[in-house]
Design a protein around this ligand. Structure first.
Ligand code: NAP
Length: 246
């Protein structure tokens, strides 16, 4: 599909690897967007941007730092131009059963997976509202819809992200800003590589299409939501899980 994002600026958090890197690649190479590759490690952000090679530039950001987010948005807009597409992809897990789940594990996951999306959207939508144009895609998870043992913090953060997405979609629709979420299922990345073999097998058995997803499977849907082809879609959660949750 021609995403037709020619010259539009897209900012992707957690774009150094996994799903975020695939999204940055899709928006730049599939869509012709000018992509800001955001990573906690500046050198790595530069390397990934150079790898993408069809219009990406690296920037440093740690999404738990609100002041740094404001500064990064200003830097991206100064370098590349007004941000038209924001993808909140950065995410972490700190799994534990409720009885052992520490406050630190709770706070870390909520800060990166949920609070950062609020901060980033707040920073980016100032300009989008003035320009009356923007597309935001938040990467949630099917776990935020159905829960998962040992992931109360992660599931709460991802469910919260769905509520945040829908609320902001309602607030900003009149300014021509679309806000959607993508909920991946079980995707092959570093995040899922840590799962024990037994858990991987049990999860795989639940996937109707009979295979794990790839980062590119998710990136294709993000590209669609960022494009004009999705111009009548806002406030939605698109599940990309091979039929794991129906
Ligand atoms: P991943 O390979 O672990 O990559 C996570 C990315 O987030 C990394 O680039 C990481 O940067 C970045 N990140 C973490 N903390 C950050 C912070 N404080 N500031 C800035 N960046 C930070 O994970 P993934 O599988 O690609 O997941 C991407 C997104 O998809 C996450 O939101 C995840 O919850 C969601 N998701 C994944 C799956 C799956 O099956 N893989 C399923 C559903 C949803 P560093 O390299 O610096 O750590």
């Amino acid at each position: 599909m021609n995403l037709d994002l020619d010259g539009k600026v897209a900012m992707v958090t957690g774009a150094g690897r996994g799903i975020g890197k695939a999204i940055a690649t899709e928006l730049a190479c599939g869509g012709g967007a000018k992509v800001a590759v955001l990573d906690r490690d500046y050198e790595h952000a530069l390397e990934v941007a150079a790898d993408i090679a069809c219009g990406a530039k690296g920037f440093r950001i740690d999404v738990v730092d609100g002041a740094a987010i404001d500064a990064c948005v200003a830097e991206v807009e100064k370098d590349l131009g007004p941000i038209e597409v924001l993808v909140n992809n950065a995410g972490i897990t700190r799994d534990n059963l409720l009885a052992r789940l520490t406050e630190e594990q709770w706070d870390q996951v909520l800060d990166v997976n949920l609070k950062a999306a609020y901060l980033t959207m707040k920073a980016v939508t100032r300009g989008m509202m003035k320009r009356r144009s923007g597309r935001i895609i938040n990467i949630t998870s099917v776990v935020g819809m159905i829960g998962n043992k040992g992931q109360a913090n992660y599931a709460a953060s991802k469910a919260g992200l769905i509520g945040l997405t829908k609320s902001v979609a309602r607030e900003l629709a009149s300014r021509n800003i679309r806000v959607n979420a993508v909920a991946p299922g079980f995707i092959e990345t570093d995040m899922t590589a840590r799962l024990p073999a037994e858990a991987r097998e049990a999860l795989s058995a639940q996937i109707a299409l009979g295979r794990l997803g790839t980062p590119e499977d998710v990136a294709a849907v993000v590209g669609f939501l960022a494009s004009d082809a999705a111009s009548y879609i806002t406030g939605q959660v698109i599940v990309v899980d091979g039929g794991m949750v129906m």
